[in-house]
Design a protein around this ligand. Sequence first.
Ligand code: NAP
Length: 320
Amino acid sequence: MKAVILTKTTESTEIKITECPTPAGKPGWVLVHVKAFGMNHSEQILRKSEISAPYIQKPIIPGIECVGEIADASDTAFRAGQKVIALMGGMGREFHGSYAEYALLPAHHVFAVDTNLSWDRLAAITETYFTAWGSLSTCLSLQNSDHLLVRGGTCALGYAAIQIAKALGCKVTATTHRESKMQLLKNCGADAVLLDNGSLKGQASGITKALELVGIKTLKDTMFCMEKGGIVCNTGNLGGVYTWNGFDPIKDIPNGIYLTGFFSNTPTQEVINDIFAFLNTHHLTPHIGKQYLFSDIAKACEDMENGKINGKIVIVMNRY
Ligand SMILES: NC(=O)c1ccc[n+]([C@@H]2O[C@H](COP(=O)([O-])OP(=O)(O)OC[C@H]3O[C@@H](n4cnc5c(N)ncnc54)[C@H](OP(=O)(O)O)[C@@H]3O)[C@@H](O)[C@H]2O)c1
């Protein structure tokens, strides 16, 4: 099969597609014929630095998510030809991931989906909508009476969160650090858009729930923008700060404000079913930033690095 195989830190210009053996099935694992996959920042981090860490299997086929069909169900309850999505759980880090024509994946991280969506649209859902959904429902308990702040709205996750929250009936305020992108967020359905210079003090009011995608860099400021009883979910780290050294919960979390975080590592079939039911009920189709053929993966990685694409980058194995 064709695959991207990494052994060391690799620049986007060095990415090559090579031939390697298609993996053989084994008990508890399923072989997925990959039809498409979404690309993620974490794969860029893996390729540029994290690959040196001892917990990364090397060589490694990257890719933390994919959509496709079961090619070999082994001893699992899946059947050959079944439409599935897969994400996380060590995919593309502890075992080979999705930048390949086939992926051998643990059955408990592969999920059946009943949908007529095209492969590219389906690929735009997997990790992004699972993360948006988990952040908004599990962590924020979002209700239609809520006023949601999406801090760092101009990313795939931000667009998905705005779409879901608007479908629920919430009021949504979104932020961007680029004036040129304010209209883009309005077009996505945000009721109000704020230009983020690092402090929203005096700009945001009535916020009951917040999805923090810029991360630690703006988290404290976000918490101080909330109404009493408000909940902040830190899900992203677009600001490039990953840990909060010297974090003092007594002083750093305002009185009566709740702080939570979401990690997409533990998807379940039940939650995947809920997401597809919600998308169906509300007739939502996921937004795609740009689609590339697998043969152009190096270009897709380069465009992601340069922040050129607004929304989810989707790779399709063929023109369907
Ligand atoms: N917790 C989890 O389990 C989980 C799961 C998935 C993703 N994430 C995280 O969620 C975040 C969004 O992921 P994604 O896949 O949706 O990203 P993405 O679509 O690749 O978004 C990247 C874009 O975000 C924009 N951005 C917005 N605010 C930014 C800021 N303050 N600094 C830098 N860039 C900013 C940049 O565009 P402009 O600068 O032009 O606006 C950039 O092009 C990432 O931090 C990702 O690691 C977390």
